[in-house]
Ligand binder design. Structure first.
Ligand SMILES: Cc1cc2nc3c(=O)[nH]c(=O)nc-3n(C[C@H](O)[C@H](O)[C@H](O)COP(=O)(O)OP(=O)(O)OC[C@H]3O[C@@H](n4cnc5c(N)ncnc54)[C@H](O)[C@@H]3O)c2cc1C
Length: 481
């Protein structure tokens, strides 16, 4: 334990966020780091409780609690407090290949499982992690690990999201020759073309890709395996193939008028925005338009924050489910993931700009209304009732709201079929690659959302690590990974 009285002396202090009305003026990240002294005090708040659920990622009640990477949080917290940031970095990198991603976008499962949070506020684990990894980059400590002893084995990774990247990172460090195929024009998966810049600036991804390239990983972009790149060629050329192609099949909304112009899937909309920013253009798709986001989750929140930055006239977010309670319910005790109402950055910004929370609960789309040119002009909504043990529409509750841009953020239906077909592997009923381990048979392996369904960056990284171990063992008969 760094400082026995730490959590009693110091209150939790998160990295400060820029005011909502200021930060919506651009698409930059908007959290400021504490200075080193203040950050060390925050690290001192870890009481080294002896039952560190924070580092013990496990599924409780079907939801993840604690860090899936088993980050050694109390250990690097103590090192950070004592001023041993370099040692803290070493300890952090033992379990997490990409702390610069998780410390920006992870919902901090560790903090929800922190004992300090039972009666007080939890340790700022995520912000501490960010300080440690950014210290590593600033001080030039993040260098490629070029393995001199080469195994001579060639591995293809299909998909460059966090799962594919972590598998590639582990296997290249082991001395295998790794090639990553990505159908988009840049690597990163949803880190690059899903999660908006405000949460993860794209330079952070490019910085990591450059390190991996220097380590010997080859990236082939614009390479759609099963499309312009033949699966049979990959199969011939490589000793092992890892499918880490995500769960990109978006759930659609079935309602009259669905063919109206102005209805888009959330990820396509977010991707176009990032692409415009990367090419130096101002993304204006939502400008002066009434936007309705269909889906109350995190992707929907990213659409709210993006539409606001693009200058939308109004934004409404429809959520089918009832509002969650503000505090944990009795049947949702610590250390379970807290099922409580969270107000995320986009919703905070909408409230600051338009004077109210954009979310409308227990409501869905009944009809998309279009004009004679086929353009979307409004959405007819209907309220939902769950009191009879099933979801029913409330008669007479229909409302019409003006809308020229509707963004569907209603979740994902798993892996796209063509990739499974290209390699002749089976999908489960829920469109996931069908294996309990990561081995699909023969030289084929899988990792990430394609395997476990749409999840989190931290879980995708874990998947990549576990898959790398199995692949290494298959290739060499044992693994030290
Ligand atoms: C909008 C949005 C915001 C999110 N925000 C967060 C967040 O803040 N925090 C968090 O923890 N999680 C977040 N998530 C979830 C998280 O991004 C995913 O769980 C994670 O990226 C999954 O990683 P993956 O590597 O399995 O797949 P992906 O990141 O989806 O990457 C798969 C890659 O494979 C490529 N690919 C697919 N098929 C082929 C093919 N045939 N050939 C070549 N390439 C192919 C795709 O183009 C893609 O780049 C978010 C998701 C979305 C949609």
């Amino acid at each position: 334990m760094g400082k026995p009285t730490g959590f009693m002396e110091y209150d939790r202090q998160e990295n400060k966020a820029e005011e909502p009305l200021k930060r919506i003026k651009d698409f930059k990240e908007f959290h400021y780091s504490l200075d080193e002294g203040e950050r060390r005090k925050q690290a001192a708040r870890c009481m080294n409780c002896g039952v560190p659920f924070c580092q013990n990622g496990q599924l409780i009640g079907g939801m993840m609690s604690g860090c899936p990477l088993n980050n050694l949080i109390p250990e690097w917290g103590e090192l950070l407090y004592r001023g041993g940031t370099e040692l803290a970095l070493e300890r952090l990198l033992m379990t997490n290949p990409f702390p610069e991603f998780t410390s920006r976008v992870c919902p901090a499962l560790c903090e929800k499982a922190c004992i300090c949070g039972v009666n007080d506020s939890p340790v700022t684990v995520r912000d501490n992690e960010r300080m440690i990894i950014e210290y590593g980059f600033e001080k030039g400590l993040m260098q490629p690990t070029v393995q001199q002893h080469r195994t001579g084995k060639r591995i293809a990774v299909i998909g460059s999201g966090p799962a594919g990247l972590s598998a590639a990172e582990m296997l290249s460090k082991r001395g295998h020759d790794v090639t990553v195929f990505e159908r988009e024009d840049a690597p990163g998966g949803l880190l690059m073309y899903g999660i908006p810049n405000m949460k993860l600036e794209k330079e952070v991804i490019k910085r990591r890709i450059a390190l991996m390239e220097a380590q010997g990983v080859e990236f082939c972009t614009n390479s759609n395996v099963g499309g312009n790149v033949k699966a049979s060629d990959i199969d011939k050329e490589f000793d092992a193939v890892i499918l880490a192609c995500g769960a990109g099949k978006a759930r659609d909304i079935k309602a009259d008028g669905r063919d109206a112009l102005g209805i888009r899937f959330a990820v396509d909309y977010l991707k176009d925005c990032t692409k415009a920013l990367m090419s130096g253009n101002k993304p204006l798709e939502a400008k002066d338009r009434n936007v309705v986001v269909i889906g109350g989750g995190d992707t929907g929140n990213d659409c709210v924050g993006t539409a606001i930055r693009q200058g939308c006239k109004s934004v409404t977010q429809l959520e089918m489910m009832p509002k969650l309670p503000d505090e944990r319910a009795a049947d949702n005790p610590y250390p379970e993931w807290p099922k409580v109402c969270k107000t995320d950055y986009g919703q905070e910004e909408a409230a600051a700009l338009f004077g109210h929370d954009p979310r409308v609960y227990q409501t869905t789309v009944k009809e998309f209304i279009k004009n004679e040119k086929g353009e979307l002009t409004a959405i007819k909504t209907v309220a939902l009732d769950f009191s009879k043990g099933k979801m029913t529409q409330v008669e007479g509750s229909e409302k019409t709201i003006p809308c020229e841009l509707a963004l569907i953020a209603a979740g994902f239906l798993g892996c796209e079929e063509y990739i499974a077909e290209a390699f002749g592997v089976k999908l489960t009923e829920r469109n996931r690659l069908d294996t309990k381990s990561h081995h699909l048979g023969g030289k084929l392996f899988c990792a990430g959302d394609a395997h476990i369904g749409q999840s989190l960056v931290v879980r995708a990284i874990r998947e990549g690590i576990d898959c790398a171990r199995e692949t290494d063992e298959y290739l060499l008969g044992y693994t030290p990974l």
